[in-house]
Design a binder for this molecule. Structure first.
Ligand SMILES: *Cc1c(COP(=O)(O)O)cnc(C)c1O
Length: 297
């Protein structure tokens, strides 16, 4: 059973998302081709992997008769924004548990979430780290009643199944598909949907992201009973950590926009794209490799 979106949402929905071939001499000189999967254009308020990760979760919540969604995120979380928008359009109550102290005025992400009706509650960092433990969840249920729980970043088995539908939208042949990794749910799903011989390559956007290997494997097992073994994660392109940036990354974003008229987001997609060009320059991809980069938002 699917979700019944209002006409206003469906009117702006772009699925399958467009696939665009980039012409770039920095890649063609190594015999590589690159296309971008423009998931950032899926929907203005529910873009990219957030749409794909929420879809099956919203269907599950609806099937279970839950009218309230509760989820977790940092103060700049795209996932909180998207969950707030989904709740608004589907008439569901949304509760956002934000890591850390309340800061006023609200930043644009949280201000948007509250405009879309999300109720915000704040959790100190120690409790936040324990947010998957029964004691913490019980306390939340006592306060907010029965809710459908979406984990941080929306990554769970249902999200993996949603992202697993992405590869089937691509009708041209390719060898490697790349995406940025925050919690790893998107990579887990994309890798699940590949054909034999194809590989998925994730780019960790946070420092110390080696835990992602175990998380992606666990998510795949929860979603399909086994790991797909056709993926790996690059750990060297976090630029100092989550939401950190450097002048070099900023210059790369500006140059990329000038060449291709596509704006990369500095937290996620710019780090992936920088990594793809860096690995290409180091001849990590054999000549002839056809690469797809997913613009996840
Ligand atoms: C949330 C987000 C991600 C992270 O996806 P995960 O499934 O958590 O790895 C990547 N890119 C963009 C643009 C995002 O908003």
């Amino acid at each position: 059973m699917g979700v019944i979106w209002p006409e206003s949402v469906l009117a702006e929905l772009r699925l399958p998302s467009p696939l665009v071939r980039l012409d770039d001499d920095r890649l063609t000189r190594h015999g590589l081709s690159l296309s971008v999967k423009r998931d950032d254009l899926i929907h203005p308020e529910l873009p990219g992997n957030k749409w794909r990760k929420l879809e099956h979760n919203l269907a599950a919540a609806t099937a279970m008769g839950r009218r309230t969604l509760l989820t977790f995120g940092g103060a700049y979380s795209n996932h909180l924004r998207a969950t707030a928008a989904a709740g608004h359009y589907l008439g569901l109550t949304t509760i956002g548990v934000v890591r850390g102290e309340e800061r006023l005025p609200l930043n644009p992400s949280l201000a948007y979430a509250t405009e879309r009706g999300m109720l915000l509650t704040y959790m100190d960092r120690a409790t936040y780290r324990a947010k998957t433990e029964p004691a913490v969840l019980d306390a939340l249920r006592e306060r907010w009643g029965d809710f459908y729980l979406l984990p941080e970043g929306g990554s769970n088995a249902a999200a993996v199944r949603g992202c697993a539908q992405l590869p089937a939208e691509i009708t041209e042949p390719y060898d490697v598909i790349c995406c940025p990794c925050g919690t790893g749910g998107t990579l887990a799903g994309i890798a699940t949907g590949l054909r034999p011989g194809q590989r998925a390559l994730g780019f960790a956007v946070l420092k110390g992201g080696s835990f992602l290997n175990a998380d992606v494997d666990r998510l795949q097992r929860e979603a399909c009973g086994s790991g797909s073994g056709n993926w790996s994660i690059e750990q060297d392109f976090h630029f100092g950590g989550y939401a950190r940036t450097t002048p070099e990354l900023g210059a790369f974003i500006d140059d990329f926009t000038a060449r291709h008229d596509i704006t990369l987001d500095r937290i996620y997609t710019a780090k992936m794209m920088y990594g793809i060009y860096a690995l290409s320059g180091r001849r990590v991809f054999p000549a002839g490799t056809r690469i797809i980069a997913v613009l996840t938002g």
